[in-house]
Design a protein around this ligand. Structure first.
Ligand code: HEM
Length: 412
């Protein structure tokens, strides 16, 4: 349990002393609205000091500072890691190999090669498959009258889309789904690291095998694109191909799933917005952006300062870990009118849920399509819905949302 006591009365002195933003329970068990607001107002660039044998790190919370850090990829590098846990553990072994943790010219070339598979035109087939699958899953769950929306609907859409992108054979998909949830292990407060490590290894081995097959017999899937590209003049190694396949699962599965679950939770908690969505008063397109802002599935991104730099008057030394918090930037009152209001017609909506700059989420178009398809399905198929039990939070300092959402609902 975190040492934080979020009592507004004694916030300033206690807040800095007790706050441990690396603690998954802090994010899972507390509403941090006031903490973020106080940080933005009083310590927009805060230093969380070293503790429990782990180094300290900078905490950047205002929207304009978060976007400035994202934009300046030369000063704030990703190749030591882009999430807090790996940075605190000493760095990411995939640095320079996996897109999200690669910088400079190599990053630009690898990204350009992958972009071909992520353009709206290239994704046409995947999008059609997402639409059919989503409608089928909703119809089945509505037929039953009750479901765990998280497991029965949301968990089945994003991973399926990634498997389509990678052309994973149908027979193997159940295994990949099971391994992925074990590898990420964020659904249980007490998930063991050994189980996660073994599952991660099994996924890597699986993709190594698939990559070897695609090298021999290329298709038009992402693995074949990776096998054919030469970002530094040389082809990627098998290990680099495998890591980049895995990164699509890491980057695109749970994030999208959590935003879908959080979107339904938000609609349940805000019946007037649910009504506006159903009546067509708000477009699904603007609703998607507000769901992304409201849920902020990726709480933060991590960087390492390449040189000494000053940010909002604070001196950041070369080598320091810098974290930027989308969870705070998305609710910055300097940018969003009444940020605590869930408003499906919010325009403009400059949320940071997909980051910004050179590492802007490669799967943003796909994620938006998946969420929009879900909202459209809810709007047209669901007459009424209500939660029938408590949702359960994921335990993570990086991902935010619920792992379970029991519902009862009826069809129009
Ligand atoms: C990058 C969030 C869906 C693949 C990122 C970053 C964020 C993010 C914040 C930037 C990380 C950084 O700057 O260090 C999300 C959210 C999603 C989502 C909230 C869903 C709601 C997807 C999907 C895919 C994907 C569906 C692919 C299937 C990637 C990749 C990168 C990335 C490959 C690295 C891009 C680069 O470094 O150039 N995502 N993502 N993401 N995302 Fe997503």
């Amino acid at each position: 349990m975190s040492a934080l006591q979020p009592s507004p009365a004694d916030a300033p002195p206690q807040l800095w002393a007790g706050l441990d933003l690396s603690d998954p329970a802090l994010h899972a068990e507390h509403d941090l609205t006031e903490v973020w607001r106080t940080l933005r107002a009083e310590r927009p660039v805060h230093w969380q000091s070293a503790r429990h044998g782990r180094p300290g790190f900078w905490v950047v919370t205002r929207h304009d500072d978060v976007s400035a850090v994202y934009r300046d990829a030369r000063t704030f590098r990703s190749d030591r890691g882009n999430v807090l846990d790996t940075l605190l553990a000493g760095g990411d072994s995939a640095g320079g190999s996996m897109l999200a943790v690669t910088d400079g010219a190599r990053h630009a070339r690898l990204r350009a090669a992958l972009m071909k598979s992520f353009s709206p035109r290239a994704l046409d087939g995947v999008v059609r498959s997402v639409r059919t699958a989503t409608r089928g899953l909703l119809e089945d769950a509505l037929e039953r009258g009750t479901c765990d929306f998280a497991q029965d609907v949301a968990a089945r859409i994003p991973l399926r889309a990634i498997c389509d992108l990678l052309d994973v054979p149908d027979a193997d998909r159940g295994e990949i789904l099971a391994l992925t949830s074990a590898a990420l292990g964020s659904e249980h407060a007490d998930a063991g690291p050994d189980e996660a490590w073994l599952a991660r290894n099994d996924i890597l081995l699986y993709f190594a095998d698939l990559a070897a097959r695609r090298r021999a017999e290329p298709g038009d899937d992402v693995i074949s694109v990776l096998a054919a590209c030469r970002p530094g003049g040389l082809p990627l190694t098998d290990e680099e191909i495998v890591l980049n396949c895995y990164s699509l699962i890491l980057g695109g599965d749970e994030t999208t799933r959590l935003s879908m679950i959080g979107g339904v939770e938000a609609l349940l908690a805000h019946p007037e917005q649910w009504r506006r969505l159903r009546s067509g008063e708000v477009t699904t397109r603007s609703a998607v952006e507000e769901v992304l802002r409201w849920t902020t599935p990726a709480l933060h991104a991590g960087r390492t300062a390449a040189v000494d730099v000053t940010l909002r008057g604070r001196s950041i030394a070369a080598g320091d870990i810098v974290t930027v918090w989308n969870a705070s930037a998305n609710f910055d009152e300097r940018v969003f009118d009444r940020p605590g209001r869930f408003d499906l017609s919010r325009t403009p909506n400059k949320h940071m849920s997909f980051a910004y700059g050179s590492h802007f989420c490669l799967g943003a178009y796909l994620a938006r399509v998946e969420i929009e398809t879900l909202l459209d399905g809810l709007r047209t198929l669901v007459a009424e819905m209500e939660a029938t039990g408590p949702s359960s939070p994921v335990y993570s300092n990086f991902l935010s949302g619920s792992a379970r959402l029991p519902l009862s609902w009826s069809r129009v």
